[in-house]
Design a binder for this molecule. Structure first.
Ligand SMILES: Nc1cc2c(nn1)-c1ccccc1CC2
Length: 290
């Protein structure tokens, strides 16, 4: 079988807790023979008719999505163990913590830093979308920093990801309220554009430290999303460029077909500087000589 059936602890030493997800805990682990470090995601299986634990078909879906991923901004899957109680995904180790915690510590980021993070998220997302895979749960908690010192990020947790093929349209109420697109709230067909809305929400949060559609209650949040009830509050956005606001506005569009695609975003001037920054510096240096 493609899944290893021998006891996980025969081959790995289990270490510190790295985080958790749907019915899952993630721990650092070391391969006994090679001493190589990984992140082991222990996903509890649903037993009998219970509600706790993940359905095997959903776990297999996450594994199949991870298997066809191979990109520096997407977590990679090394191997899988299948036991009675749980499935263990042995994943590439990322240990820099969630982007969510990084922003919380810094309040809001500079535009250069925010743009550099968003560019990496878009490059990872392009890899998914080029394979017709939609993430459906993009949020700062699902974006991890490679390690404490670097600002390299990886997309993790493909528990809700799925292949979008034209025939059967995918409709599902899922994801975390603050980040979901209007079509998810109204239970209309989902598409790759559904992820692009979430990129808009993440960008807004990185630049302002505040969540654009969050209300006092779940209903209020849903209403704000479907009514596109957001603004660039003067206090929070006074130092933010019009270019950055334009980038966000192109994603907060109700009609998914009119929303910016991952390629549109990668070509947007806020992400792709018109020319390398050193060329700009050289040009201005020349002007000073003349
Ligand atoms: N739901 C989650 C949650 C997490 C992870 N994966 N899925 C993860 C993956 C690799 C390294 C570290 C983690 C911790 C957070």
């Amino acid at each position: 079988s493609v899944f290893k059936l021998e006891p996980f602890e025969d081959n790995y030493e289990v270490g510190e807790d790295l985080g958790s997800g749907h019915f899952a805990v993630v721990r650092k682990c070391i391969h006994r023979k090679t001493r190589q470090a990984f992140a082991a995601k222990f996903i509890r299986k649903r037993r009998g008719g219970g509600r706790k634990g993940a359905k095997m078909e959903d776990i297999v879906k996450e594994i199949n999505v991870l298997r066809c991923m191979n990109h520096p901004n997407v977590i990679s899957l090394h191997e899988v163990y299948d036991t009675k109680q749980e499935v263990i995904l042995v994943l590439e180790l990322v240990s820099g913590g969630e982007l969510f915690d990084y922003i919380s510590e810094k309040e809001a980021l500079s535009e250069e830093e925010a743009s550099a993070f968003i560019k990496q998220i878009l490059e990872g997302l392009k890899h998914l979308h080029d394979n017709s895979i939609v993430h459906l749960d993009l949020k700062p908690e699902n974006i991890m920093l490679l390690d404490r010192t670097s600002t390299k990020i990886k997309l993790i947790d493909f528990g809700l990801a799925r292949k979008i093929n034209d025939k059967d349209d995918v409709r599902a109420m899922m994801g975390t309220a603050e980040f979901i697109a209007p079509e998810v709230v109204s239970f209309e067909p989902l598409s790759l554009a559904t992820d692009m809305w979430s990129v808009g929400v993440i960008t807004y949060i990185l630049l302002s430290g505040s969540s654009p559609f969050l209300g006092e209650t779940l209903q209020e949040t849903y209403h704000n999303i479907t009514a596109l009830n957001f603004d660039f509050d003067h206090d929070l956005f006074q130092n933010t460029s019009d270019l950055a606001k334009d980038f966000i506005k192109r994603l907060f569009i109700k009609n998914p077909r009119k929303r910016g695609s991952v390629n549109d975003c990668l070509n947007h001037p806020w992400i792709k500087p018109s020319e390398p920054r050193e060329a700009i510096a050289r040009r201005s240096a020349m002007i000073n000589i003349d």
